[in-house]
Ligand binder design. Structure first.
Ligand SMILES: [Zn+2]
Length: 309
């Protein structure tokens, strides 16, 4: 049996109840056996009331599989978390809080929104490795939609606004794209672009760019500039341009422009889907795995961090 279900029927057979979900989550959180979240000791007493509780034999700290994770304190049953993770991971363009609320029969929009926002946090692995090897780097922008604008764009002045972002794509020896990274940036200055490169590309890699004057001097990477006119950039940097164009099509077609306060989470979600495009069911496991590795987040924390970006 593979480590994750690959079809809807398999998913349904494998996770019919909370016990099966709990067992799966325990295996994701503690693949090498229990480790006390407080002291790291590896032996526990186990009892069920009604969820499984692990009591550390050394420091007597008690933890469920959800304690101290993204799922900490959630009143939703694990089956709902699993369905939400499955739907979010396997839909090619993602699923909105409204759709999730309807499909899972959740009582309130707020709890659907919270579930969605939390799972979106689990789309960024805090321990992910930076891109390496040959990496195409470029920057671009998407139209910006203000909070009060109608979703169809309307006549508002905000249509003029642009959200700037930088992107990078690994290219393998055969010229095919690997993983990507996307990040919003304040401007096209050397400072912003060097910071993007530093955070996302491993030292010793080669950054291939269009020769924009802000790129040279980026720390720790070999710079490979290709000075081109605007018409030819897609020839020199084909993959990063394809990624940008898919991202814009989605942003305009599905989301009708993006809001500034959600911009980075949108980029993170796009990156998560792209990097797992060859195996969407494995994205389901990734979401749950990462969810067990990141700290709890409350509604207010999520609202505040979305607002400040
Ligand atoms: Zn302990």
């Amino acid at each position: 049996m593979s480590d994750y279900p690959t079809t809807l029927i398999e998913f349904q057979n494998r996770f019919p109840d909370n016990e099966s979900c709990e067992a799966y989550l325990i295996a994701q959180r503690w693949p090498d056996g229990f480790s006390c979240p407080k002291c790291g000791h590896d032996e526990a007493y186990e009892f069920t009331r009604p969820e499984r509780i692990f009591e550390c034999r050394k420091c007597h700290h008690q933890a469920s599989v959800k304690s101290g994770t993204l799922m900490h304190g959630s009143k939703l049953p694990l089956t709902i978390w699993f369905w939400a993770a499955w739907l979010m991971a396997t839909h090619s363009n993602g699923i909105s809080a409204k759709q999730l609320q309807r499909q899972l029969g959740l009582g309130s929009y707020k709890s659907a929104w919270l579930l969605c926002a939390k799972l979106r946090r689990a789309m960024v692995d805090p321990h992910r490795n930076p891109l390496n090897g040959l990496v195409e780097v470029d920057e671009s922008s998407v139209p910006h939609r203000a909070r009060d604008d109608p979703p169809d764009g309307g006549q508002g002045r905000s249509g003029e606004g642009k959200l700037l972002f930088a992107g990078a794509v690994e290219v393998d020896d055969e010229g095919r794209p690997g993983r990507i990274r996307l990040s919003k940036i304040d401007d096209h200055s050397a400072e912003s672009l060097h910071d993007f490169i530093k955070r996302n590309i491993a030292a010793g890699s080669t950054a291939k760019t269009d020769g924009w004057s802000a790129y040279p001097g980026a720390p720790d990477v070999v710079h490979d500039p290709h000075v081109v006119g605007p018409m030819a950039a897609h020839v020199v940097l084909p993959w990063v341009h394809r990624v940008f164009s898919n991202l814009k099509t989605l942003a305009l077609g599905v989301y009708h422009g993006l809001r500034e306060d959600h911009f980075q989470s949108y980029l993170d979600e796009f990156t998560f889907r792209f990097n797992r495009r060859r195996n969407r069911p494995s994205a389901f496991r990734s979401l749950l795995q990462i969810a067990t590795r990141i700290k709890p987040m409350t509604y207010n924390m999520l609202m505040a961090s979305e607002a400040e970006g």
